[in-house]
Design a protein around this ligand. Sequence first.
Ligand code: ADP
Ligand code: ZN
Ligand code: ZN
Length: 719
Amino acid sequence: MPSILQVALDTPLHRLFDYRLPDGLGTVQPGSLVEVPFGRARQVGVVLARQTDSAIGTDKLRDVIRVFDDRPALSPDILRLAQFCADYYHFPLGAILLATLPPRLKNASPFAADTPWLVVTAAGRATEPPARARAQRTLLDALRTAPLGRETVRAHRQSRHAAALVLAGWAQWARLPPPPAERPQTASAPPATAEQQAALDTLLPSFGQFAVHLIHGVTGSGKTELYLRLIDAVLGKQKQALVLIPEIALTPQLEQHFRNRFPGRRINTLHSGLAEGARTENWLTAPDCDVLLGTRLSVFAPLPRLGLIVVDEEHDGSFKQQDGLRYSARDVAIARAKQSKVPVVLGSATPSLESYAQALSGRYRLLELAQRAVSQAQLPAIELVDLKHIPLDNGLTRPALQVLADTLARGEQSLVFLNRRGYAPALYCPSCAWVSPCPRCSARLVLHRTSHRLKCHHCGFETRIPAECPNCGNPDLKPLGQGTQRLEETLAALLPAARIRRIDRDSMRPRAWAELGEAVHGGEVDVLVGTQMLAKGHDFPNMTLALILDTDGALYSPDFRATERLFAQLMQVAGRAGRADKPGRVLIQTAFPDHPLFRYLQRHDYAGYARVLLAEREQLDLPPFTRQVLVRAEAPTMDAALAFLHRAAMLAPDHPQVSVFGATPAPMARVANLERAQLLVQSASRSALQAFVRDWRPQFDNIRPRVVRWSLDVDPLVF
Ligand code: ADP
Ligand code: ZN
Ligand code: ZN
């Protein structure tokens, strides 16, 4: 009887592939990773099933090349979760499965997966290496404190010394670090506040089964402390906790907080700041960790004893992937919790309207933390500077400058928030009105003065700053508008005594975070200037002023989520001011002080504004009252992109509960020399929309010409 494997491969095709399994390649189970021939190349694939027959005819099948015994099989729960994503996002299962794997596992070249830890042996504990072998001695001392991962050893160029220690019998490579000697103790935690205790009393008895809990807690209310206590309870039952955090928030500070709190526990991290090898290592050892702390992709990590999922800052846009499998890690986390029958806790000071509506309707359980945990910490007073009456000078008003100077004089710290990096959003020619266009996009090139370049923030194009206008030859080009670099320069000129630091994607490498945090804590910084990166992650007790410069673009944006996002951002930034015993102050420059958003913001009334926005959304038939799927098409010409979508719309099945809107150019119509169009489909019923897309999607493959690249975005966040 021939043995045939059904294999999922990383292809755009919505199908699986059959291969024959020759004898003697090793044991295979669903989830096993194999190497197979595919076209003229080879690929790593995931076995989904074993069968005795194939519709293709057994003699036509090609042979599996190799069964990887150096890497673990994907577990049934991960296979099930990937299948959920394939169905819900209408994306090929094979592409999903391969995307969930860390980079090294997708590669056919072998690596030492089974022994990633260098640990000290009993002989190694007892001995002293000869004094002249200084490097070996240092490494051995380090190993006596804690085992080291293979990648860490490699990264510190210590592989040679490790080999010497192993040869001497003083260390060995092991699959796992040995368990901590004593029972891990919980480091001292502050007594829970009354609100935290009430939340614990509600949450803990319901653990052990699936439920979605939404914690709406004002900034500083101690949500992190609450997660730690919940995790502690889960660890006490020998279960694992998965903690998902936004891309930007994984500061070493948070990781350290977890390590301090759970000494001796295994805490793995997974995020884009880790080197490839370290990411692979942390993924491979995830089944044995206690807490996995990571960004988006961690939702697919192997956790056989999963007991709790926490999604911190659940409203954050970085949980949604914007290419390939356009999944929402928050929503997949909920699906995973449901499949694994464990609770999931979503937390935010400004929940997404999607989650909040679920909580108001009773499908999620809502828990409120309305008070700041540190009793003296007051919520800051929020004032508006009316730009209709007060003029701007280089982006700043006189009152704003005055409070900055006052704060500086008191020896307190300020932050100045401007959500545009670079020196100026564009370079401008006053004589012919040329405004630095990106040659490849419908966007402006941003002026970066420190690197002397014009850069496109959409496609990555860059060029030297021209000496004269490319259009009319005028040598007197001017920066147009304000970016964080220019603001930093302006502030330095106006407040010469202030020590100013800038935070944005241009200035920050991941490691720089920790260093900056220390500098602010240590009082070496007076003014922090930055983009939304400012809003998260850090807690600075001496920061008493938040100055918010330019928000008006979002108030009347065509994007229906713009006000929700702005409100969340302003609440976060405001939450940075006055967190300890000093009262905080927030100043916002706006030409629209009468906008309702500010009224609710000044009262710190998330719930009130959420109800206003929800009422608007309901009236306009927008999410969360309707479900959306966006079909995106990209082509060399707009005509081709639109023609594809028109054709797709004509092929749409008739469904009374589903509306198909007209094809339109995307708001950013051209990126990297491709024209982009989109087509929106929506329905009040999620299941109707799902069924509709299931029937519809297969037709797309028949539409010609093939110059169009298309993708489906289920629950799109960005249009
Ligand atoms: P959030 O995540 O809600 O913004 P944090 O968990 O960061 O809030 O807590 C804010 C501050 O309050 C932190 O400095 C934290 O140490 C402190 N804190 C939290 N819970 C308590 C508590 N029960 N007693 C005293 N301080 C607390
Ligand atoms: Zn010109
Ligand atoms: Zn561009």
